[in-house]
Unconditional design. Structure first.
Length: 155
């Protein structure tokens, strides 16, 4: 299959495009591979893993912050379970992609996850059932990586 036709297949039948590129790679027919789209997809896989890690970090921070500030809320024990679930997901991500653990500990990554948490917490506070609750969120991430992975304020 020629490269141009393979590029067209990318838009029409993604699964078949994957299978064709895989066959070309296995046969070492590198000059026929749709490199442009293949590189984009590989990059997307990495971005997807990074985003999945950020989402789990957000869930942990959000649950910790809710517990610390609203532990008398009727949903408080649901947050404990959510934190536990998100930590298990993070552990799985780090087991499969150990390099992401180092990235997760970087200040910028921690801050990105906190910004996501603060936005989610803000939306949660806007819900009518929470209209009596108010709080100002810190600008800087209030947690360390170790706290994200281990801190249990409910114990």
């Amino acid at each position: 299959m020629e490269v141009q036709r393979l590029k067209e297949l990318y838009e029409k039948d993604f699964y078949l495009w994957v299978q064709e590129n895989l066959k070309l790679l296995k046969n070492r027919e590198y000059n026929l591979v749709d490199w442009e789209n293949l590189l984009e997809e590989v990059d997307g896989i990495g971005r997807g893993l990074y985003i999945a890690m950020l989402r789990q970090m957000r869930k942990v921070m959000e649950g910790l912050y809710r517990w610390e500030n609203f532990k008398d809320h009727p949903e408080a024990y649901d947050w404990v379970e959510e934190v536990s679930r998100a930590r298990r997901e993070l552990e799985d991500i780090f087991k499969d992609s150990p390099s992401l653990k180092a990235i997760a500990q970087e200040r910028d990554t921690m801050q990105k996850a906190w910004n996501l948490s603060a936005r989610a917490l803000g939306r949660w506070l806007e819900h009518p059932k929470n209209k009596e609750l108010t709080i100002n969120f810190p600008q800087e991430c209030p947690y360390t990586f170790q706290q994200i992975m281990e801190y249990k304020p409910w114990v």
